[in-house]
Design a protein around this ligand. Structure first.
Ligand SMILES: *[C@@H]1O[C@H](CO)[C@@H](O)[C@H](O)[C@H]1NC(C)=O
Length: 406
C-alpha cells in the first residue's frame, strides 16, 4: 500500500527518463497559444535550399559569422515544428509562423538563386495570404535575427539582408530579435527622432515593426558541456575569464571596460584575462569550460553572444553591460537572471574593478551551488542547442505575453 515510497518514486523517475521525457526543473514552462505554420514552399527556406547541395559550399567569413552566431531563425523553425499547440487549421490559430529564415537565405546568397529573389518571392506570397491580410500581419511573429536586417549606413548598405523598399510589410508584425529599444521608428513624442542605427545609445534605436519578441542568439557549438556536478565545476582551475583587446569593439565604453579588466589578471587569484586577437575555436571553448566565472563586458550592441557561450560551457556570467537587462535579456520578467548571473554596473566596474570582482571569488559555497543549479536550468530555456531546449515554447509564449494583438 506504500505507493508513495521513495522506491516507487525513483522507479517512475527512471521510467520517465527511459521514455525520453525531458527533465523539468523549478521553472514551469508557459502555455503556448495555438499556432499555424505556413505550408507554402516559397515561405520555407529549408524546402527552398533542400535541392542545393549545401555541404559542397564553401562559406565565406561573413556568412559563417551570420550562420553560427546571430542566426537563431533556423533553430526557431526547427524547434517550433514538433511543438504542442500546432494546428493544421489556420482558422484555429492565434499565431502564424513563417518558416523563412532571412539569415539562412542570405548566407546562401547565390546558391540556387539569389537571396533577394527568394525573399521578394516569399514576401509576395505572404502579402497575398488572406491570413496575413486579415490583421495586416499583427498575429505574425517572424524570427529574423540577422544583424544586417536593418543596417542603413552607406558602408553597410550592400550587406543588408532585407530590401528597404519592402520594410512596409513588417510594419504591423512581431519580429524576433536579439535586442530591443521598444521604440517605434515614427515615435517622435520624446522630442527626438529615433535613429536607424543600433550603435549606442541603443535606447534611441527606432524599430520598423509593431512589437519585438526578444530572443536569445545561438551559442557557440563547441562551447557546449553537458550538465556537470557542482564538485566538478568547483574544481575548475580558472576563477574569472575574459579574452579580448580594446579597439575590437564599437564605441569607447567597451574599450574602457576592457582596459580596466586587464590588470585584474595580477590581482585576482586564478584569473585568466587575456588579450590577443582571434584564437582557434577549440581554445576559446576550452577556456570557457575551465572557468568558473566569465566576464561579459559591454560590447558592440546590448546583446552579447558570449553570454550564451558562457551558459553553454557552464561558466557563470558576470555581466558588465548596463543595457543588457533593459534591452537584451530574453524573458527577463519571467526568468530570474539574478539567480544565475551577476550584474555589475559599468561605472562600478570601471571605478573599482578589483573590488567588485571579489563578489565572485568570495562567494559563499551555498550560493555558488544554487547559482550553478539555476544556470543549468536557465540554459534549457535560453539555449537553442540544448538537448532539452525549451526555448521555442518560451519564444512563442513570449509573443502572447509581450505582443498580444487583441
Ligand atoms: C513611418 O512613417 C513612414 C512615413 O509616413 C511610413 O511610410 C512608414 O510605414 C512608418 N513606419 C512604421 C513602422 O510605422
Amino acid at each position: 500500500m506504500d505507493t508513495g515510497s521513495p522506491c516507487s518514486l525513483s522507479l517512475s523517475l527512471l521510467l520517465a527518463v527511459a521514455a525520453g521525457a525531458p527533465s523539468r526543473g523549478a521553472v514551469v514552462d508557459p502555455n503556448v497559444a495555438p499556432f499555424f505554420i505556413y505550408p507554402e514552399p516559397e515561405l520555407n527556406t529549408a524546402t527552398l535550399l533542400e535541392v542545393c547541395n549545401l555541404a559542397q559550399i564553401q562559406l565565406d567569413l561573413h556568412r559563417i559569422h551570420a550562420t553560427h552566431y546571430v542566426i537563431a531563425d533556423a533553430e526557431f523553425i526547427k524547434h517550433i515544428e514538433p511543438l504542442e499547440g500546432r494546428v493544421e487549421d489556420p482558422a484555429a490559430a492565434s499565431w502564424f509562423v513563417i518558416p523563412f529564415s532571412v539569415g539562412l537565405s542570405r548566407a546562401y546568397d547565390g546558391v540556387c538563386g539569389s537571396h533577394l529573389d527568394r525573399l521578394n518571392q516569399a514576401l509576395d506570397v505572404l502579402e497575398s495570404s488572406p491570413w496575413f491580410q486579415r490583421r495586416q500581419g499583427r498575429d505574425h511573429p517572424w524570427v529574423t535575427m540577422s544583424h544586417w536586417m536593418f543596417l542603413k549606413t552607406k558602408r553597410s548598405y550592400p550587406m543588408q539582408a532585407f530590401p528597404v523598399a519592402r520594410f512596409g510589410v513588417l510594419r504591423n508584425m512581431v519580429l524576433g530579435r536579439y535586442a530591443t529599444s521598444r521604440l517605434g521608428i515614427n515615435d517622435t513624442v520624446y522630442g527626438f527622432r529615433p535613429t536607424l542605427h543600433w550603435y549606442s545609445p541603443y535606447l534611441g534605436y527606432g524599430e520598423q515593426w509593431r512589437c519585438t519578441l526578444l530572443l536569445p542568439t545561438k551559442s557557440f557549438q563547441l562551447a557546449w558541456l553537458a550538465d556537470m556536478p557542482f564538485e566538478d565545476w568547483r574544481r575548475r582551475p580558472v576563477s574569472i575569464y575574459f579574452r579580448g583587446n580594446p579597439r575590437q569593439v564599437w564605441g569607447r565604453r567597451g574599450d574602457d571596460l576592457r582596459d580596466k579588466a586587464k590588470p585584474l589578471m595580477s590581482v585576482i587569484p586564478g584569473a585568466n584575462i587575456l588579450g590577443g586577437g582571434k584564437v582557434p575555436a577549440e581554445t576559446y571553448a576550452e577556456e570557457l569550460q575551465s572557468s568558473k566565472f566569465c566576464l561579459i563586458l559591454q560590447s558592440d550592441d546590448p546583446q552579447i553572444s558570449r553570454f550564451y557561450d558562457a551558459l553553454a560551457a557552464g561558466c557563470i556570467p558576470v555581466v558588465v553591460n548596463d543595457e543588457f537587462l533593459l534591452n537584451a535579456a530574453p524573458f527577463a520578467d519571467r526568468l530570474n537572471y539574478l539567480g544565475f548571473a551577476l550584474h555589475i554596473p559599468e561605472s562600478q566596474f570601471s571605478d573599482f574593478p578589483a573590488l567588485v570582482m571579489h563578489l565572485t571569488y568570495n562567494m559563499q559555497e551555498a550560493r555558488l551551488r544554487s547559482m550553478l543549479a539555476a544556470l543549468l536550468e536557465a540554459r534549457q530555456i535560453l539555449l537553442w542547442s540544448h538537448p532539452q531546449s525549451r526555448t521555442a515554447a518560451w519564444a512563442l509564449s513570449e509573443a502572447s505575453h509581450t505582443c498580444s494583438h487583441d
